[in-house]
Design a protein around this ligand. Structure first.
Ligand SMILES: *Cc1c(COP(=O)(O)O)cnc(C)c1O
Length: 219
């Protein structure tokens, strides 16, 4: 799909959900995509992007930022604490805070670099063993910890289990955010962003629908 087509899908999902189109931010997920494709979207006005690996973002984005200083880069992958320093330097938003040690490392680096990044807490809504994200039952505790550390938590993020119907996960994330009075919900990918918008997504993370299949994707 072209950028215009994805945006028009978002607009019609918003309309069906009786929501304002401006309440949904499209995060263009550019992992494994070459700089030329990213720049093509920048030229069309897209400014918000997502990457899931610190090193890859480091290779692609600094040069683009010089040309497009207002671009906004979201980290959406698993973040190791020893990469917190680079992540705080390169990214504008961290969507995957999921444990106290990471919150602590981010706090430390943000203070050191004098950069305050908005963060989302990633919730493992499917309680999957291999997946990042805090289990729903520990969310409130982690949220309090982040607040105490003065991390700016603006919302919640989830990646539903691949083989589940996403509806229940989106509904759960919506409910959890409400309980904590958090306004932002990052949920929905290429296959299900329309559903996510129905359940209140404020950020949809769309990769393949925008860029086409990812080339040379590592396991
Ligand atoms: C890759 C990725 C996406 C985009 O997935 P598509 O199905 O290509 O749209 C969204 N969110 C996260 C966390 C990802 O890693």
């Amino acid at each position: 799909m072209s950028l215009a087509e994805v945006k028009s899908h978002i607009a019609s999902s918003c309309k069906q959900a009786k929501r304002d189109t401006s309440s949904v931010t499209l995060v263009a997920v550019s992992k494994f995509q070459p700089t030329e494709k990213i720049e093509a979207l920048l030229k069309q006005g897209q400014r918000v992007f997502g990457e899931n690996r610190v090193q890859e973002a480091e290779e692609k984005y600094p040069a683009l930022r010089i040309k497009y200083p207002d671009l906004n880069l979201h980290f959406i992958g698993h973040l190791q604490t020893n990469k917190a320093k680079d992540a705080v330097r390169i990214f504008d938003v961290i969507e995957t805070v999921d444990r106290p040690e990471l919150a602590e490392a981010l706090r430390h680096e943000m203070s050191k670099q004098n950069r305050e990044l908005p963060c989302f807490i990633q919730v493992n809504t499917g309680n999957e063993e291999q997946k990042g994200g805090v289990a729903p039952k520990y969310l409130a505790e982690l949220y309090r910890f982040c607040k105490d550390k003065k991390l700016n938590i603006t919302g919640l993020m989830c990646i539903p289990p691949v083989n589940d119907i996403p509806d229940l996960h989106f509904a759960l994330l919506h409910k959890l955010a409400g309980e904590l009075s958090l306004k932002q919900l990052s949920m929905g990918m290429s296959a299900d962003f329309d559903t996510a918008i129905k359940y209140g997504a404020t950020h949809v993370r769309v990769g393949t629908a925008l860029f086409g299949a990812r080339k040379d994707q590592a396991a």
